[in-house]
Ligand binder design. Structure first.
Ligand code: BLA
Length: 316
């Protein structure tokens, strides 16, 4: 379907052709994130028409340098969705899901974000509807999208304790319902994570389904810039970069980040990392090798039960 009907075909639930997945060996992995992606795609087709993306042809599947395991990619578009993409890494030692959905610039709906890194022992998890605009100072934007979701966030905040200090800058990309957590691997936790993923994704689909398409050019350009800023942040600072470089080498990792995972970073705007995040301003000019100049903060969850931000020292 990807090769022959790419731009004209409306994908139904049964049409998903996954050449990359069928070629994976039958070895049992302790955890697989494939059913998460299956769920999301099926659920999306209940709400909108999903088309395979032109990126699918190039970004399909990759072998790690050591030949062990597989990296699988899927990529779609829809009338409201600029880019829905998933990356699954399955090796003998890790399972990774990076599943993100970027709405088109006519929508100020949050960006759906699921990043799960799993080894035999531990899990590093971010699950969120990343707000496109400021939810710390812009009450109207926060209420518009998150008021109805606060109870969902509270439910999972109990089940998934706060993961501890993180790059302070990241908190501005997170919402009051963010799940940021680390936990030891167990089947129960995996099932709870699957349940959280389903609930958050259904919540996001409700938002995008009900969203009103923006026609005001200025607002559209603001949405576009916010999307670009997000892409620039993640393409530069994603903590998964080190793992990707180890698996496939620096050149391929960079291409995967800029061309696939954060596609649009080189096309949707011309501002640079320093334009958007001047406070990083590394003295030696070496942005890539720096962690955060701002540092790590937020030992505890900085949102209260009403979704009010409790943190201090956030750069506006
Ligand atoms: C760690 N991943 C983290 C951390 C966060 C995120 C907050 C904690 C460390 C830190 O903050 O520096 C995720 N940060 C995010 C997300 C956003 C953000 C989603 O700002 C969105 C705005 N993680 C992946 C992938 C891999 C991965 C694809 O998403 C591997 C291929 C690995 N994440 C990974 C690893 C760590 C990590 C190994 C621990 C190492 C570290 O702390 O640098």
């Amino acid at each position: 379907i990807f090769a022959t009907k790419r731009s004209s075909c409306c994908v139904s639930t049964r049409d998903f052709s996954r050449p990359t997945l069928s070629s994976i060996s039958t070895r049992t992995f302790s955890v697989s994130y494939r059913k998460f992606v299956d769920f999301a795609l099926d659920e999306t087709t209940r709400h909108t028409r999903l088309f395979s993306s032109p990126l699918q042809e190039k970004y399909n599947s990759l072998k790690p340098k050591d030949g062990k395991g597989e990296i699988s990619m899927l990529s779609f578009e829809a009338p409201e969705i600029r880019h829905l993409r998933s990356l699954i890494i399955e090796t003998e030692t890790m399972q990774v899901l990076d599943f993100t959905v970027f709405p088109r610039a006519e929508y100020d709906v949050p960006i759906f974000c699921a990043n799960f890194f799993t080894t035999a022992r531990t899990n590093i998890v971010v699950l969120d509807l990343n707000p496109l605009h400021d939810v710390i100072n812009q009450r109207d934007y926060k209420e518009k999208y998150f008021k109805s979701l606060i109870p969902l966030g509270l439910k999972y905040a109990e089940l998934f304790p706060w993961g501890g200090k993180l790059t302070s800058e990241s908190i501005k990309f997170f919402s009051p319902i963010v799940i940021w957590t680390k936990f030891s691997s167990s089947p129960q936790k995996y099932e709870t994570l699957y349940s959280a993923f389903r609930d958050y994704y259904k919540g996001w689909l409700e938002l995008i389904s009900q969203a009103v398409k923006e026609t005001d050019e200025f607002r559209i350009s603001q949405n576009l810039e916010a999307q670009h800023r997000y892409l620039v942040w993640r393409a530069e600072k994603d903590p998964g970069q080190g793992v990707l470089k180890k698996l496939i080498g620096e050149t391929l990792a960079k291409d995967l980040l800029r061309g696939f995972l954060f596609n649009g970073v080189d096309e949707l705007g011309s501002k640079t990392f320093n334009d958007y995040f001047p406070h990083y301003c590394p003295k030696d000019g070496d942005l890539n090798n720096k962690g955060s100049i701002v540092g790590k903060s937020f030992e505890n969850r900085p949102w209260d039960k009403r979704g009010e931000f409790l943190g201090e020292g956030i750069i506006p």
